[in-house]
Design a binder for this molecule. Sequence first.
Ligand SMILES: O=C(O)c1cc(C(=O)O)c2c(n1)C(=O)C(=O)c1cc(C(=O)O)[nH]c1-2
Length: 577
Amino acid sequence: NDELIKMSQNPKDWVMPTGDYANSRYSKLNQINAQNVGKLQVAWTFSTGVLRGHEGGPLIIGNIMYVHTPFPNKVYALDLSNENKIVWKYEPKQDPNVIPVMCCDTVNRGLAYGDGKILLHQADTTLVALDAKTGQVAWTAKNGDPTKGETGTSAPMVVKDKVLVGISGGEFGVQAHMTAYDLKTGKLAWRGYSEGPDDQILVDDKTTALGKPIGKDSSLKTWQGDQWKIGGGATWGWVSYDPELNLIYYGSGNPSTWNPKQRPGDNKWSMTIWARNPDTGVAKWVYQMTPHDEWDYDGVNEMILSDQSINGQARKLLTHFDRNGLGYTLDRATGELLVAEKYDPKVNWTSGVDMDKNSPTYGRPKVLDAASTEKGGEDHNTKGICPAALGTKDEQPAAYSPDTQLFYVPTNHVCMDYEPFKVSYTAGQPYVGATLSMYPPQGETNMGNFIAWDGKTGKIVWSNKEQFSVWSGALATGGGVVFYGTLEGYLKAVDAKTGKELYKFKTPSGIIGNVTTYENGGKQYVAVLSGVGGWAGIGLAAGLTDPTAGLGAVGGYAALSNYTALGGTLTVFSLPN
Ligand SMILES: O=C(O)c1cc(C(=O)O)c2c(n1)C(=O)C(=O)c1cc(C(=O)O)[nH]c1-2
């Protein structure tokens, strides 16, 4: 979308949840820098009026800021040039029965802008286009069916004349898909499923995996019978786009159920990086990171596009920090695998990926027997697996700075016990099939790290310990500062080169939102939503206390209640006058 390419080059605005099409979450703004960030002050705040987990962040277009909330998915347009007054407000009417079919809190990861419209993906999967000036509904489209466990949490992405939107429901046995709607009318343009026959997953004889054609029925061959129809592979993460290559990139999530014994095979194309043509949906290449998942390592985390040199050769790269604990760097034009390394040294389910191009298992991770959750007998509890199901990183997006050529990654430092059990499928009922408990790695107390990563070599450059997982999206800036939030509620600024902490401020609630920056009236601002929740904060958000509830997160993050409580607030920072 030419309008969006142009708008995203203006650092005063923040026009898409990911900052730009490359998902870099980098801003050129440098008024706030490593020398003066310590003087940051709260400029203004805004209460969203909603409790539970606030993910994503506001859009800023000119003088208007658009703020979204978790269910019931309110949208506010605030006038930054007039005391942040509410210009319009939108609140959809949604059946609250959608709440129990949302796996990991009632979160929403943000709005999209395109063609004078604000796009909202509601919890009940309705995609709504609102007139950006008035908040009037321009069109709506129904993306899924909550009575089957299909829900909406992901942010839409506008690419060319289409709106792309994924779907959640991996814990309910949905057949998930990425769907494109016409931006002008809301009419369905294409739908590419994560698993199923070739005409449903939108592949052709030119689609490759690791440089080789995937061939006919590549997905069907890896499922028993028609299990693919309830195979999951949800698409609730982020989408990126390379306008030159005309490809969109996103990941698919876990195969359903979590009990691996019940679904023999590689379960393609769950846990896969997809590169699709945005006009037709047809896949150019795929790469499955975790074949036959045994741990719920959804592959949906953001794909960050960067241009860097490797061995003196300029390359178009895609970098992805997977739940499975491996940081991948691929050639984004071809899908060639360049780097796959652990971004937490504690990762112990695999000894690494087979990088030998001539090997029959090229590109596959080697699974260590002690971490396999299906090797033991019926109801065997596999203990001490790192990372836990919520991964070395979950949905919280990393940032990339072209100045330092480093990635700044919010991570989880958590291990688990995983006990699969037999489960039968009933539409709209949980189809999980495993009991989990979570805890920090043995001998350690910190459940998170905030790290800087070199994607060319696959190495950690620096690492800061955090008491809890860092469940907030990072922001890198031209001022040499990197921002992120913590589950206790701190907004932190660190030096991009060294990781040294330069500033922290405790906001009203735990932060699972993504940090944003913009300029208005000649002044740079930093904005973040607080409001604890998400999977890590589900105990607080949903009032759960049984340690195994919330798929094991309630026990793992029980100590959070000593630090923070619920409440959605936007906090905006700036330097003093
Ligand atoms: O498979 C799915 O459909 C699905 C959906 C979601 C979601 O939509 O929030 C999450 C997950 N899985 C998941 O595995 C997960 O770790 C997770 C964390 C969060 C969150 O917002 O904190 N959502 C989700």
